[in-house]
Design a protein around this ligand. Structure first.
Ligand code: ADP
Length: 344
């Protein structure tokens, strides 16, 4: 596969682009080759992987499709990868779509009726399905049936259609937005947590090998420390540091090169980027450390509240830079320490 290469002076220096959670075109092009193909290659998330292994083995022994699976967790942690791996392990086909892409129940009819027995239907951002579409899914998930209405007015008739037994794999960054009726229809539910440095380091070394990049252990560890516990970000930083190593060093990533490159890209020692620092600084400077409501904070920052909730704050909460209380978001002593400020 042809790889995109950015000369160093053309590297996107926008820190937001580096740690943003959505996939960029470059991720899509390059990550296809970086995606782990099977459970053995899937690094970390031990509890999820072990439980899934049991479920997959049991389903295969019974020659039955796997129960519906719901994967929850922040973006970039491997939910889509795992959905693909499930299809690979079951030896079936995967059809991928996302909540916002399914506008009407009618959009789902074609997808569902084309599924073969045991096929995987992957719905990313499943919390963004409309109520109507969600309700249309219930009988499909429960007893492989869909009801649809044909004709209008006095001629309207409901037709029942039997589907093959498929497995729905849903992924969400906001498990709290999945209502009880949908949640209860999933037999298997897993939460992804941020990756530790060691697992991220292993992922970085694996990606470096696949991309033909030379990196030593200290270099991999330095990138992993600053990748916000997220494989997608780790792979992205690796590519940027590789550019730096190519232009400024002897094409090998060491700790020193990684540190210099990440600093010049605006990623600090804790892995926080421009946007994270802006959120925390606003909290500390404009709101005296909070508590402040998410809507108010988002308005001050000119960001969407959902962007902050979905992509910015999960890591800040996990790393202890932010507290979520009933009265809003609050800075922690660590935040003040990070900026060299005294707590109020
Ligand atoms: P999500 O669906 O949770 O947003 P993805 O499954 O798209 O995340 O993962 C983003 C990228 O991170 C993948 O393309 C892959 O390269 C990498 N990745 C994620 N999890 C792992 C893992 N456990 N081992 C190796 N690489 C991983």
């Amino acid at each position: 596969m042809e790889e995109k290469f950015f000369p160093f002076d053309k590297i996107p220096m926008d820190a937001k682009a580096l740690t943003q959670k959505a996939e960029t075109d470059e991720d899509v092009v390059l990550n296809i080759s970086l995606r782990p193909a099977n459970l053995l290659e899937f690094i970390g998330q031990k509890d999820v992987v072990n439980n899934l292994k049991v479920a997959l083995t049991a389903a295969k022994q019974r020659q039955e499709p796997l129960e519906h699976v719901l994967l929850c967790g922040p973006p970039g942690l491997g939910k889509t990868c795992l959905a693909m791996i499930i299809a690979h392990e079951m030896g079936t086909k995967i059809t991928a779509t996302s909540g916002p892409a399914i506008e009407r129940a009618g959009d789902l009819i074609g997808i569902l009726t084309n599924l073969e027995a045991g096929d995987i239907l992957f719905i990313d951002e499943i919390h963004r399905l409309s109520k109507v579409v969600e309700e249309f899914l219930y009988p499909a998930m429960e007893n492989c049936q869909i009801d649809f209405v044909i004709d209008k007015g006095p001629y309207a008739r409901t037709i029942k259609f039997n589907l093959k037994r498929f497995t729905l794999v849903g992924a969400t960054t906001r498990s709290g937005l999945i209502g009880a009726p949908l949640r209860s229809r999933f037999g298997i539910l897993h939460h992804f947590d941020f990756y530790g440095e060691e697992d991220l380091s292993t992922i970085i070394k694996r990606s470096a090998e696949l991309l033909g990049i030379k990196i030593d252990s200290a270099g991999a560890l330095e990138i992993s420390r600053r990748a916000r516990g997220t494989p997608r970000i780790a792979n992205r930083l690796l590519r940027r540091v590789r550019d730096f190593a190519q232009v400024k060093a002897k094409n090998e990533i060491t700790q020193e090169i990684a540190d210099q490159a990440l600093k010049s890209l605006g990623i600090d020692a804790q892995g926080l980027d421009e946007v994270d620092r802006r959120v925390l600084k606003t909290l500390v400077e404009t709101y005296q450390g909070g508590p402040v409501g998410i809507e108010t904070l988002a308005a001050t920052l000119n960001e969407e509240p959902d962007t902050i909730i979905d992509t910015i704050e999960p890591y800040l909460l996990k790393a202890g830079f932010l507290k979520r209380t009933s009265r809003g978001r609050e800075a922690t002593p660590l935040t003040y320490q990070h900026f060299g400020l005294r707590t109020l």
